[in-house]
Design a binder for this molecule. Structure first.
Ligand SMILES: [Zn+2]
Ligand SMILES: [Zn+2]
Length: 362
């Protein structure tokens, strides 16, 4: 992994003065002498050739989207009792309430992915650059540059005595873990947060600005009862701004490698499809791990919730902070009121007819 920012910061010319990092014996014990490579680090040249290719990295999130959505679509059509019971809306509602057909959605998503491929081809670096920088990088040297930082952090946290004991015993493994897992996890979390921030403000603007809503975002809201393939049923301009540009900004800001970016885009594809799947499944990882899930986003697709739940696709923070959140309970109470209102209207209509009949008799 190429964590350029950390290697630069850890260089001798770094501004930060390593307070505890002077103990050369400790530092040399902690310095990795082997790769400590995790399962995801490829060593077979054949696998490396595939993983570093621009085509693979571009196609991966797209292929995964079609596979995952096809599975959701299978559940929609197969109507297994277990899943039918867990639908957010009744199946016939899809046909009755949505303003676009399934085929319209498929064509629009295909078009969207074609644009994404062209843009990605221009945006992504060439295979050779990726290969040299990410796969044949000197990982041991990069890990070694983290050593003074890990030493400082541990000693600050645990105190000199306990810290040194821990570092003498586990220092090398700790450095390797931070390099292969700790930093990539933080980068991924940060990229989620950037994606969310980008999407929240653009999404909200798309609703608040009449021009943006009418010409672009209203396309997505033709789906009142979302289904997985409809996740990317967007106007191409919205697809470019919210999805393509948002992802590019997130991966750049999180200083990701090509492999990390591909993983981020693939997770985003799975998550956005899941948010539109139309089922409430407690064991589904996307629904289990995130409060922003299919049920949460479904509220936004309803007429009464369209000015709420703008946050997508990972967290609900921006809705909470800016007061645009609507819970399922609130949504249900609004549906109940609407139903009650409808019943009263029917009741009143019936009374008027009865009264007019009574007057005629009189
Ligand atoms: Zn919307
Ligand atoms: Zn949606």
């Amino acid at each position: 992994m190429a964590f350029e920012v950390f290697t630069k910061m850890a260089s001798p010319s770094a501004l930060f003065h390593h307070q505890y990092g002077y103990n050369s014996t400790l530092l040399s014990t902690m310095t990795p002498t082997s790769l400590h490579a995790p399962f995801y680090h490829l060593t077979d040249p054949k696998h490396i050739a595939i993983a570093s290719s621009k085509t693979f990295n571009l196609l991966c999130p797209i292929v995964v989207y079609w596979v995952v959505c096809s599975l959701w679509h299978h559940l929609d059509t197969a109507k297994y009792p277990y899943f039918e019971k867990r639908r957010i809306h009744e199946s016939p509602e899809v046909l009755a309430r949505n303003k676009v057909t399934f085929m319209d959605v498929i064509k629009a998503v295909f078009f969207q992915h074609c644009i994404q491929l062209v843009l990605g081809w221009m945006w992504f670096e060439d295979t050779n650059v990726i290969l040299e920088r990410e796969f044949y990088a000197d990982h041991i040297a990069k890990m070694s540059s983290l050593v003074p930082w890990v030493a400082d952090g541990t000693l600050l946290l645990l105190g000199r005595r306990t810290g040194e004991q821990v570092l003498y015993k586990h220092g090398e493994k700790l450095v390797a873990w931070i390099y292969w897992w700790g930093i990539p996890l933080v980068q991924m979390y940060f990229a989620f947060w950037v994606t969310d921030t980008w999407q929240y403000f653009w999404h909200r603007a798309m609703h608040n600005n009449r021009f943006l809503y009418r010409h672009f975002h209203s396309h997505h809201h033709r789906l009142y009862v979302p289904f997985a393939f409809g996740a990317l049923y967007n106007h191409p301009v919205e697809g470019f701004i919210l999805d393509s540009l948002g992802s590019a900004v997130a991966e750049k800001m999180a200083l990701m490698t090509m492999s990390q970016a591909t993983l981020l885009f693939t997770i985003s594809s799975i998550k956005t499809a899941d948010d539109h799947c139309g089922y409430k499944l407690w064991w589904d990882p996307c629904q289990l791990l995130f409060a922003n899930n299919a049920d949460y986003h479904d509220v936004h697709h309803q007429a009464f919730g369209i000015k709420s739940n703008f946050s997508q696709p990972y967290f609900t923070n921006w809705d909470k902070i800016l007061g645009t959140q609507m819970s399922r309970e609130e949504a249900d109470s609004k549906t109940r009121w609407k139903k009650l209102g409808h019943e009263y209207a029917e009741h009143d209509k019936h009374n008027v007819i009865l009264e007019s009949r009574a007057k005629k008799v009189d």
